[in-house]
Design a protein around this ligand. Sequence first.
Ligand code: GDP
Ligand code: IMO
Ligand code: MG
Length: 433
Amino acid sequence: MAGLVVAGAQWGDEGKGKVVDLLSEFADVVVRFHGGANAGHTLVVGEDRLVTHLIPSGVLRPGKRCVIGPAVVIDPQVLVAEIDEVQKRGLLQRPEALLVSHRCHLVLPYHKLLDAARESARGALKIGTTLRGIGPCLEDKVARCGLRVGDLGDSGLVNARLSARLPEVNALLVHYGREPVRLEDLHAGLREQAERILPFVGDAGALVRAELARGRAVLFEGAQGALLDIDHGTYPYVTSSNTVAGAVCPSLGLGPRLVEEVMGITKAYSTRVGEGPFPTELADERGQLLRARGHEVGATTGRPRRCGWLDLVALRYAVALHGCTSLGLTKLDVLGGFGPLKVAVAYRLDGRDLQEYPTEPGVLERVEPVYEELEGWDEDIRDLREREALPTPVQRLLKRIEGDLGVPIELISVGAARAETIVSRNPFRRKNP
Ligand code: GDP
Ligand code: IMO
Ligand code: MG
């Protein structure tokens, strides 16, 4: 039995897609377990670059089973486009290669319209959502008026549910000064999408439970990051679901003991896209330099990402929230030639050290990070494949992070490409490396 979760330990975009693509080599099954097309996971293999929004990042490896779990909200338009893109590469030719849970809720056009309408109505208080309809779709799920992937096979049911839902949806759209949506238009879109998606639909939870029971290696791909969690993140500047590693259990219907390993992914610096507090943000030219060198532009929305120093206070909190057993550190190459580095080791508020991570924006905006300065390095490290070969200042940074967080760094990423990685062991085999 072996379940490994790869989870974002910051505000998303830590390089989870790259790590999942790489670790898929060791897995039998790769499962996306939450979020939706707000995620953008970039895979770089040779000359090929693919951004996955819904399909698990194991998709580039033929023979691996990819699964989309029940808690993922699916925009059928995005899923069909993604299937097309992957099939053009000769992958996903057989329906068994991808299993989409019949329980996934559908993101419908009106969810996206409401997301946009609410964001513009919020004005200065906007969240900076990805406008992918995630919040409104999850509201409908919890209010028990959503439409699920499995419903697509029954046009009578789709009709009944949409007819019941539209009066309220359209009243809201009109309230926000938008055009109402028409039942016929929704039907037309869904009919075409259903034909493409239904061949892949089945019981994802049952499959994953059975695979774990057979002792197969299951890799769970997280989306977003710990600090975007609806309960534990920087509310209201968060996404609308739980993003912590433990969310894998209710998503797939697993008992908590089935997940043995959690690898938290963090960049060697910090980024955030959208609004919300960011204590170590560099609002000066160094922030711009990090953005330029790290190509820090959103994979889903194309928005520039805000950049700043590594924040060990936030990471300590993320490691605790996820229950990390290891860390994956990405984008170390970006810091080469940057000069001396800073890492936040504590927060002070009104002259006192804070013991717990404060998630309230009003508090986080006022904290003063306490920085430790570390020596930088000038070498290009992208071709190095052994931890011991890394320049001494890099090794010191790794030790500093491990010492502070109490978790080993078992994956070091020194470039965007799959090959530009140092992995210390098969992460599914803790006892017998
Ligand atoms: P995700 O959402 O966590 O999968 O991350 P994204 O794909 O949104 O953003 C990470 C970006 O960094 C992508 O463009 C990756 O190709 C890139 N990337 C990942 N790891 C590294 C690395 O070690 N070095 C560099 N230079 N780029 C990386
Ligand atoms: P991956 O999986 C970075 C952020 C949005 C916004 C907030 C709410 O690629 O790391 P939403 O559309 O979910 O209602 O937006 O959450 N956000 C992400 N930021 N990476 C992501 O995913 C994100 N998914 C959501 O920018 O601040
Ligand atoms: Mg991303």
